[in-house]
Design a protein around this ligand. Structure first.
Ligand code: CP
Ligand code: NVA
Length: 314
């Protein structure tokens, strides 16, 4: 398995690396109640540079870093000179001399890639406009737990997904949907995108993802037919607030509601990365029926990200 220095995207991972993160995430989850766990970040300081809001990602990284023996340093993008126009390159050079790793939430994927190229410390993408790799890895962990039931350990987690069908509803060109797209071909599951034409990934992205397992649907009920997992995300991603009215209108037919759930395979999972806007991308009653899975997704961010920190720490 090639050594990993950063977690920048699902696109840049292979199936073996995903398997390793899921295995370690599950082991760390099981071990959390024991007091004597290894502390691979002992003596290390990791910075979180965030240019967008966050509840789950910020808190789960800060707690995870602390549980692994490290110290976290939260840097709002606009509190440091980066927010006033200092370059990513200079920021990367300077911070690499102080800290041991960095977790970045921002707009341009190019910025996390540049930081990783110019700096000399591990970089974790905590969400860009292009990808949300930590989210999708935690979602895969949650899905695997549901598929495996109480059976532990799972010999090959990623094999569980093979041949299954996931449907993404709503803005199928957002960061979370794109990360699902890259995961589908690597792990051998089918991905249906139920979205209006203007909210689908373009041809170049489909080529990059070698998206042979992706298909597009105008009809959300047809998309859901026989599916194993229904997934949605907010219709108005961070940075798209000016388009809110248009998005709410255009994406309204792609809500996860009872009609859509009834078309799926009996017992199908419903997932949401959160934050949720009940009555928009998902109805309140469907959300409440599937709240256990959805909050497990949120919890698994912590365990999975601890696995990532373990693997990247120098
Ligand atoms: N799902 C997720 O990344 O949530 P936050 O925006 O709260 O971090
Ligand atoms: N697509 C959403 C994900 C939030 C976790 C956004 O970018 O706002």
């Amino acid at each position: 398995m090639p050594a990993l220095h950063h977690l920048l995207s699902i696109e840049s991972l292979d199936a073996g690396q995903i398997e390793d993160f899921l295995q370690l995430g599950m082991r760390l989850k099981a071990a959390r109640q024991h007091s004597r766990n290894p502390l691979p970040l002992r003596g290390q300081t990791w910075a979180l540079i965030f240019g967008k809001s966050s509840t789950r990602t910020r808190v789960s990284f800060e707690v995870g870093i602390q549980e692994l023996g490290g110290t976290s340093l939260f840097l709002g993008m606009h509190d440091i000179q980066l927010g006033r126009g200092e370059t990513v390159e200079d920021t990367a050079q300077v911070l690499s001399r102080y800290i041991h790793g960095v977790v970045i939430r921002t707009y341009a994927q190019a910025d996390v890639e540049t930081f990783a190229r110019v700096g000399s410390i591990p970089v974790i993408n905590a969400l860009t406009d292009e990808e949300h790799p930590c989210q999708i890895l935690a979602d895969l962990m949650t899905w695997a737990e549901c598929l495996a039931g109480s059976k532990r350990p799972i010999k090959k987690i990623t094999r569980l997904f093979s041949g299954k069908t996931v449907v993404f509803f709503g803005d199928a060109d957002c960061n979370v949907a794109r990360s699902w797209l890259f995961a589908a071909d690597k792990l051998g599951f089918n991905l249906r995108l139920a979205a209006p034409k203007d909210y689908r990934p373009n041809g170049a992205l489909l080529n990059r993802a070698r998206a042979t397992r992706a298909s597009f649907f105008d009809d959300p009920v047809k998309a859901a037919a026989g599916a194993h997992l229904l997934y949605t995300d907010t219709w108005v991603s961070m940075g798209k607030e000016k388009e809110e009215n248009k998005r709410l209108r255009k994406l309204a037919p792609f809500q996860i509601n009872n009609r859509v759930v009834q078309a799926a395979k009996p017992g199908a999972l419903v997932m949401h990365c959160l934050p949720a806007y009940r009555g928009q991308e998902i109805t309140a009653d469907v959300f409440e029926k599937h709240a256990q899975t959805i909050f497990d997704q949120a919890e698994n961010r912590l365990h999975l990200q601890k696995a990532v920190l373990n693997r990247l720490a120098k």
